[in-house]
Design a protein. Structure first.
Length: 596
């Protein structure tokens, strides 16, 4: 059984710790197996043209001849590679930082046989004959001790059935070590996420670090010790703490980094949950703050404690850890597809998590960096109907294209003629299919239209409107008004109230003629400027017309009053048009119908 625990930040105040998932949304989830002999290779970034995501140079200015491991090879990564790091940055930011990270994790890597660039590592203190690791097998620990040498030791406690392995671990520089992982995170982030979280690359490169450099270390009895995962979360609420958090687990070792605030300071953060193989208290996280990039954690003794059921004395064979049976996966990288009734929507990089499995069915949650909502899908045993609910994220963080696709998806979920399926990439299987038996009522059509209107306005005015976190009625009307003007040159809306028309001696007879005949007419165009979501836009001259006008006034009397007007006098007449028609001169040409 897998148990989920949420660690607590050492500096968290004496108050209740909120649930992490209520305030953060997962944006990166990259798991991999430590002993996979033939992993499927995933390469991110276009193969041509090549552009380095760190220095910005193209392949015409620098070389891209070496493999760029996104997660360091020293951490057993043989799966994730990037086309977006040049050889110079790979050597400068990669190798040096990777070596520091390898030294930082060497005690754990050697003990558990986590294979690096040159096989399974061995921890052998300088000048010592004792060592840990170096086995060719992943399910055993090789420990060699020497008389009078305390650099590697074993202590067995048969009463509590535990043994502890201790060794003199090498010195390392913590800032370059964690930078190695920030370099990995930067290459996993999408372009839109990189724009929001420049602090990741600022801290990943050596010349733009915000000091102090703060991170946390911990050790967990994880559910699957023969695996690793790099996960990042983006803040989705107004809770205090980092805007983005990175968690990297290598076997039982856990590192967590949170971005500093705009003032360069670090606030106590909510920490992401971890899965453990035992129902024990959440792991204790050690807070580390470093003021200097070149500062070193000196050579020190590190230890790892194990529990055992029995152990045989008087043998030269090393103690063996029982082979760990792989646990059932609860997190999957998947794609989400909806089709039917003219819709064809897909999200390629979503994360599906098993939330609950019991005799009555399974509950999944689905989230993704480009999906504007978190879906919860209850998949009961047949014939009970499928149940789908959702919680919207802050849409202002997404591109308008992703917002539109999200609304299309949610509307499709409420349409019984559409099918939705979730396809897990590895292992390849279809987890869920939604057919006509499920009906979700979501009234999101007007919000989808608003997103489309904003996209039209952005394209015309070269603006960067995002979907607002709160939408006012005036904002919707103004966006609809100008978007229709851009697309067709006009905007027509029903008119239920009387309209007051001001006539002069010159214009009055013509307007009265239109009213008698029930013909449409336009007022003179005037320059128009409006404010949408706090931004002023000038749309140029706009004329207002009235369609099918009628009036209760005696037009014969009105004509006599017009004839008696002086040069500066005006006459007001009330009319009832069926519609008001706005004509935008910027996007249309005058026609015979646009008279005035």
């Amino acid at each position: 059984m897998t148990h989920e625990h949420q660690p607590q930040h050492p500096e968290w105040p004496d108050t209740e710790v909120p649930r992490f998932s209520e305030h953060y949304t997962e944006v990166v989830n990259r798991p991999y197996l430590l002993d996979d002999e033939t992993p499927s290779r995933t390469t991110l970034g276009p193969p041509s043209p090549r552009l380095c995501s760190f220095c910005g140079r193209a392949d015409s200015k620098t070389s891209f001849s070496h493999d760029s491991h996104i997660i360091p090879a020293a951490c057993a990564n043989r799966q994730y590679f990037s086309n977006e790091e040049c050889d110079d940055c790979n050597h400068l930011n990669g190798k040096d930082c990777e070596n520091e990270l390898a030294n930082m994790l060497l005690m754990s890597s050697a003990t558990f046989g986590i294979r690096g660039r040159s096989g399974r590592p061995k921890l052998k203190p300088p000048g010592s004959q004792a060592s840990i690791g170096g086995s060719k097998r992943a399910d055993e620990i090789l420990i060699s001790t020497a008389a009078g040498d305390s650099s590697v030791s074993i202590h067995i406690d048969p009463v509590v059935k535990q043994f502890e392995v201790a060794a003199l671990a090498p010195a390392y520089r913590p800032v370059p070590a964690v930078r190695s992982l920030l370099r990995s995170l930067w290459m996993f982030l999408s372009d839109s996420q990189r724009k929001k979280h420049r602090v990741v690359v600022d801290q990943a490169t050596s010349d733009r670090t915000t000091y102090p450099f703060v991170f946390l270390r911990g050790h967990i009895p994880c559910a699957d010790p023969r695996s690793a995962e790099l996960i990042a979360w983006e803040k989705s609420s107004d809770v205090g703490g980092p805007d983005i958090i990175l968690s990297f687990r290598l076997g039982h070792s856990l590192l967590v980094w949170g971005a500093p605030g705009s003032d360069g300071k670090y606030a106590p953060a909510l920490l992401p949950p971890v899965a453990s193989s035992i129902d024990a208290p959440a792991p204790t996280m050690k807070l580390i703050s470093v003021q200097d990039c070149d500062a070193k954690v000196p050579t020190r003794t590190e230890s790892i404690r194990f529990s055992f059921s029995n152990i045989t004395k008087g043998t030269t064979s090393p103690p063996k850890l029982p082979a760990t049976k792989p646990k059932a996966k609860t997190s999957f990288e998947a794609s989400l597809e909806l089709s039917g009734k003219g819709r064809n929507i897909s999200f390629d990089n979503v994360f599906l998590r098993l939330r609950l499995a019991d005799k009555t069915g399974v509950t999944y949650t689905i989230s993704g960096p480009s999906l504007g909502a978190e879906l919860e899908i209850r998949h009961p045993e047949p014939p009970a109907p499928l149940s789908v609910s959702f919680k919207m994220k802050k849409l202002s963080r997404l591109s308008l294209a992703d917002v539109q696709r999200t609304f299309e998806l949610l509307i499709g979920l409420g349409d019984s003629s559409c099918d939705t399926k979730i396809v897990v990439k590895e292992p390849s299987q279809e987890i869920l299919t939604k057919g006509p038996e499920s009906d979700v009522d979501v009234g999101l059509g007007s919000q989808l239209q608003f997103a489309k209107h904003l996209a039209t306005i952005n394209a015309e005015f070269n603006t960067d409107f995002r979907f607002p976190d709160s939408l006012g009625e005036d904002d919707f009307y103004l966006a609809e008004w100008v978007a229709h003007g851009i697309e067709s040159g006009t905007f027509k809306e029903p008119c239920s109230d009387e309209v007051l028309v001001v006539l002069t001696k010159a214009t009055g007879p013509t307007v009265v003629g239109y009213i008698r005949a029930g013909e449409s007419f336009q007022r003179a165009a005037i320059p128009a400027e409006f404010e949408l979501l706090g931004t002023k836009l000038a749309v140029g001259p706009v004329s207002l017309g009235y369609l099918n006008p009628t009036t209760d006034e005696d037009l014969d009397v009105v004509e006599k009053q017009i004839a008696s007007l002086g040069p500066r006098e005006v006459l007001s007449v009330r009319i009832r048009p069926s519609h008001e028609l706005y004509v935008f001169q910027r996007w249309t040409k005058p026609t015979a119908e646009n008279r005035g």
